[in-house]
Design a protein. Structure first.
Length: 372
């Protein structure tokens, strides 16, 4: 049920202050997100989702319920074909699960999925766009290998991100897509939290745009301490990876949800379980977590990230290790405390020997590879 509120809150972070006001909410603020400080001079704060399975562990049942409720707010009668686009790295699983929910709830077979990526593969590009506030600003989108989509491409875009603040990245993405696919007529932005109420970015979108969100409100950021710029880090963080071998888990487009490939044998489980996705590889780890939960296991999902954040506020623990995509970019796993005694499985798409042994040792983890 939609509730109307005027919940105002100030969040003090080491890098500044966030002042937020919630105007409409399907889910309560504290059920959806928390906040943290970025180590990033371009943007000092991070909205930390509680239902995304990225920076903080989330139960797969909660993740599924939030996606179901968000998908229900997307119009079912959009002109087809429809392309659902998940933004890397954070919203790959979210976008892919929305694609799955939309096909299931509408019964339509003209709904497709693709996600942006920071990995180079041997395939022609459809477009490229920029995420200005990110250290790794470049996003690549490959030309989908979807003959059924037809030469004109989709008539509707559903752009999925975990949160919206300024809308600049969405405008950049939509403009790039419409240049590649001018037949697009309508755009829906689907997001867990929309902090851009009152901002004019929808008027800058290249086609009429609707917003579907579980929470909508306003956000003002007052910059405090500015993180020191690190030129060497900026160069590394902007690096694109290159996948020597590639299976299409979404980068080349999908016309149906991926079935969870069998894993035989699964590592042993003693007590509660944590499944860690890596980088952009997050949907199949989530599906595996759902399967384990259905079998009665206490399981949570989270994922590694390129985003550097401070240990404060929502970030209670932090591991730093090498990127399994071999870009040289430091990677992080937040809020995975080895003292919680969870059995840990780390899932990856990048091949044997690519996951940093330091991460494996820190969590006493087993590896599950989906690259073969």
């Amino acid at each position: 049920m939609l509730t109307r509120s005027a919940t105002a809150r100030s969040i003090t972070l080491p890098t500044g202050q966030l002042d937020i006001e919630v105007e409409e909410a399907v889910w309560p603020l504290d059920a959806l997100c928390d906040f943290a400080a970025r180590e990033n001079p371009r943007r000092g704060f991070l909205v930390v989702s509680r239902v995304l399975g990225r920076h903080t562990p989330a139960a797969p049942q909660v993740m599924r319920r939030s996606v179901h409720d968000l998908a229900a707010r997307i119009p079912a009668d959009l002109p087809g074909p429809i392309m659902v686009i998940g933004l890397a790295e954070t919203a790959v699983c979210l976008g892919q699960t929305i694609h799955e929910e939309l096909r299931l709830t509408t019964g339509r077979d003209d709904i497709y999925f693709i996600h942006s990526t920071r990995q180079q593969i041997d395939h022609p590009l459809l477009c490229r766009f920029e995420e200005p506030h990110s250290h790794a600003s470049a996003h690549l989108v490959y030309r989908p290998d979807l003959p059924a989509l037809g030469p004109k491409g989709p008539r509707s875009l559903v752009i999925v991100d975990d949160e919206v603040s300024t809308g600049t990245t969405l405008c950049n993405l939509a403009t790039a897509f419409v240049e590649a696919w001018p037949a697009v007529e309508a755009i829906v932005v689907a997001t867990l939290t929309n902090w851009s109420v009152g901002k004019d970015w929808p008027t800058r979108m290249p086609r009429p745009t609707q917003i579907a969100a579980l929470l909508s409100g306003r956000m003002e950021w007052t910059q405090g301490e500015v993180a020191t710029a690190n030129a060497a880090f900026d160069v590394a963080a902007a690096s694109l990876g290159r996948l020597a071998t590639h299976r299409n888990f979404g980068r080349l487009g999908l016309d149906a949800p991926i079935a969870l490939p069998p894993i035989t044998p699964l590592p042993p489980v003693e007590g509660p379980l944590r499944i860690v996705g890596t980088g952009e590889f997050t949907y199949l780890p989530f599906r595996l977590a759902e399967q384990m939960a259905q079998q009665g296991h206490d399981v949570v999902v989270q994922a590694t990230s390129r985003s550097p954040a401070r240990l404060a506020a929502a970030m209670k623990a932090k591991l730093c290790f090498a990127d399994n995509y071999d870009t040289g970019v430091p990677n992080y796993l937040y809020n995975a405390d080895p003292a919680d005694q969870r059995t840990t499985w780390i899932a990856h798409e990048t091949g044997t020997g690519t996951v940093d042994p330091a991460l494996v040792r820190a969590l006493d983890a087993d590896l599950i590879g989906w690259n073969a």
